[in-house]
Design a binder for this molecule. Sequence first.
Ligand SMILES: CC(C)(COP(=O)(O)OP(=O)(O)OC[C@H]1O[C@@H](n2cnc3c(N)ncnc32)[C@H](O)[C@@H]1OP(=O)(O)O)[C@@H](O)C(=O)NCCC(=O)NCCS
Length: 168
Amino acid sequence: MSKPHWRPAHPSDLPAISAIAARIHPDLPERPEVFAEKMRLYPDGCRVLVAGDEIAGYGLAHPWKQHQIPPLDRFLERLPQDAGCLYVHDIAVLPDRRGGIARAYIAGIAELARASGIAALALVSVYATRPLWEHLGFRPVTADAALRAKLASYGEGATYMRHDLTAA
Ligand SMILES: CC(C)(COP(=O)(O)OP(=O)(O)OC[C@H]1O[C@@H](n2cnc3c(N)ncnc32)[C@H](O)[C@@H]1OP(=O)(O)O)[C@@H](O)C(=O)NCCC(=O)NCCS
């Protein structure tokens, strides 16, 4: 079987994305329309992992302001004009396809950010993935009260992290 690879997500991938999300994030549910909106607003950041003839993962990212996080399962409505980061909303991969997949997605998104004049990536780490993101260049950001309140909806241990693309 050919090596799994990332490609741009198409609207027809939505059922596969929703099915993977429901399986990997049962406690953080989001409606398919909310995924669809991200794909419409910022298709460049939305990718699926193709493994053989199945979709085995997805990654969704969009420009956003730094130190801010959109609430889960809500529409973004519009992207900020003065985005400070590409915000990785989520990356989820089926367990038997993992290994090198997050690294490849982040490399692609970092390239996209640089090409767009955006100097940082950001995300919310959940499920004790903080060491993995640190390994890929993200650093935890001390959250103020407003950010802490928003992080609470992501479950215990959720951490806002930033990857400075201007650092060597
Ligand atoms: C998170 C997820 C996408 C990672 O996918 P993956 O293909 O296993 O990730 P990668 O292998 O590319 O990992 C990136 C690097 O982190 C390393 N890493 C993994 N776990 C680590 C840990 N606990 N501590 C330090 N480094 C770690 C990997 O070895 C790899 O390093 P390398 O490229 O130098 O070998 C996948 O595990 C997943 O779908 N998890 C469930 C959903 C989830 O938690 N999403 C993230 C929400 S924030």
